[in-house]
Ligand binder design. Structure first.
Ligand code: ADP
Ligand code: ASP
Ligand code: MG
Length: 402
């Protein structure tokens, strides 16, 4: 059996935890399995690297940022190989260059295109544990790239797909996927299983337990994921296509506090305006989320939308640069907003789910700024300082703790 095991930052935060992870991987290896380990940078090291960069340049070039980031994961894999050596097991660390993990060229937000598996296969055939850097890749210019924050999950799933692994296990600092972030909602309950679609929405809408692209890729290649704790032996959560348990109305609630709202005021109320606006943003690779367009009045209309806070300044600039073409009166950016979402395949066949969420927020005296829905999701934009209270209220209203 070939197993890919990914360990996040907290799981390798210090020497003791590295030894602990090494032992866990060795147990698997000694059962006769081929073991590929994917690691993140230790603890909060990636954040520390950002701080370091900003001491030198508050707006560091993205290429150089990626060059800097890669040392975090490289440190983890080298130390892990040393730990395994100490425990008497043959292991080898490889970075994205050595494996050859080819990505698109977008620094800081690259997508994996192709992974060469020969080197890994060769080392596995040699009965070594192969330890690979998460998060990083190499583009066509032979430069390092990174896959976006939290991207090591995606490295693990991509490797599992490329190597046709029998299992892909994501080890983290909680026991699995919960009905809500257990740090925010103390009553959150661990799920035994969740579908790819539900997990994809939760991950995209703020449940940072998995990188959303990892879920997208797992679905595409049918990689069955298990999310579990690196600190104990509990069962974890399976992420797969079909979940054959009695359907809850909703599976989870997510809060994304990293959203900003941009309102473009006084656009002309004529065909092509929305296209021009969002096309300008798309050309700069800026993802736009919840969108609201007001009804036209006196020949003008307003369009509001949300972007990730890391993109807000750039989005503002792009719109300003296109002011003549877009002919708007004003732009307003509001940073103190949060997106609250409920997700569940059960809502497809149950009308009234959205109303129930709105009623709960009404009872809690929380105002809704914007709404967006899909078949399996309802998202509302609320004030950020009410986020924690809102997620707990909605979690309660849907009886998710029971
Ligand atoms: P790692 O470093 O292992 O990748 P992350 O910090 O990226 O760990 O992800 C784990 C964290 O995700 C948990 O500590 C938890 O606070 C957070 N989280 C957010 N939403 C959820 C959820 N629905 N279920 C479980 N954890 C969640
Ligand atoms: N180290 C990277 C980050 O902190 C990647 C990851 O942890 O998955 O975002
Ligand atoms: Mg993570």
């Amino acid at each position: 059996m070939l197993v890919v095991k990914k360990f996040g930052g907290t799981s390798v935060a210090n020497a003791e935890r590295i030894m602990n992870v090494a032992k866990r991987c060795i147990e698997d290896y000694q059962k006769g399995n081929d073991v590929v380990v994917v690691l993140s940078a230790m603890g909060k090291y990636t954040d520390e690297l950002i701080e370091k960069a900003k001491e030198v340049n508050p707006k560091p070039p993205k290429r150089e940022m990626d060059m800097l980031f890669t040392i975090g994961e490289q440190m983890s894999v080298a130390l892990m190989a040393m730990a395994m050596d100490k425990l008497g097991v043959r292991a080898i660390s490889l970075n994205a260059f050595q494996v050859a993990m080819h990505t698109t060229s977008a620094y800081g937000n690259a997508r994996l295109k192709r992974i060469d598996s020969e080197r890994i296969r060769h080392e596995l055939d040699d009965r070594k544990i192969v330890i690979v850097t998460g998060f990083q890749g190499v583009n066509k210019y032979d430069d390092y790239t990174t896959l976006g924050r939290g991207g090591s999950d995606t490295t693990a799933v991509a490797l599992a797909a490329a190597l046709h692994a029998d299992a892909c296990e994501i080890y983290t600092d909680v026991n699995g996927v919960y009905t809500a972030d257990p740090r925010l909602v103390p009553k959150a309950r661990k799920l035994d299983a969740i579908t790819y679609d539900e997990m994809l929405d939760l991950a995209t809408l703020g449940a940072g337990v998995l990188h959303n692209r990892s879920v997208e890729m797992a679905k595409k290649y049918g990689v069955r994921l298990v999310v579990r704790s690196s600190l104990n032996n509990s069962e974890g959560t399976v992420v797969k296509e079909d979940v054959k348990v009695e359907r809850m109305l909703i599976s989870g609630v997510a809060l994304d506090r990293e959203a900003d709202r941009i309102s473009v005021i006084g656009l002309r109320d004529e065909p092509g305006v929305a296209f021009k606006l969002f096309d300008a943003l798309a050309k700069k690779n800026i993802n736009v989320d919840v969108i609201l367009q007001s009804i036209g009045r006196d020949g003008t209309k307003d369009i509001s939308f949300t972007v990730a806070d890391t993109n807000a300044d750039e989005a503002f600039q792009v719109l300003q640069d296109n002011k003549a073409r877009l002919a708007f009166k004003d732009i307003k950016v509001k940073k103190e907003v949060a997106k609250l979402s409920i997700v569940g395949a059960g809502m497809m066949s149950n009308p009234g789910v959205a109303a129930k969420m709105f009623e709960c927020l009404y009872n809690a005296g929380i105002n809704i700024n914007m709404i967006s829905t899909s078949e399996i999701r309802v998202t509302v934009l609320i004030d950020e300082d009410e986020g924690e209270r809102a997620i707990n209220a909605v979690h309660d209203a849907f009886g998710l703790d029971e």
